[in-house]
Design a protein around this ligand. Sequence first.
Ligand SMILES: [Zn+2]
Length: 145
Amino acid sequence: MESVGQYTIYDPEQRMKIIRKNLEKELNQVSKQRQEDDNKISQHNSVGGGDSTMQYVEEMKEKAKALEREVENFTGEHFTPVYRSLFHQAEQYQLKLDEMDITGREDIRRQRKGILDMLNEVTEKLNKKTHADGKPCPDCELQKI
Ligand SMILES: [Zn+2]
């Protein structure tokens, strides 16, 4: 059979070497491309000079606004789990804003101050709605705040 002769030329080991070599070349190209893309991304971020920080502040502002609306809708003078969760949320936002690194960002610092003021008003508003002395009455759902 003539075809058998052709098969003897075929060297699986040699073939594997060629395949591996090509595969390696492609992998190198892919990883090189990925590295270049990563560099572009990190360059883009540093050019923005902390756009992600501004984005974060904007997000916190939206959250604070949403909380303000919730507090406005809060009714009833008693201390309830809803009261506590609203108060706790405001505190958490304040903590997150306090933790921010705003070195060299005057614009961010001002934005943050605005949101912190807003959150202070939110908690004040919440406290005005509930018992003025800050102490739970027998009808309150929470006896410990
Ligand atoms: Zn009460």
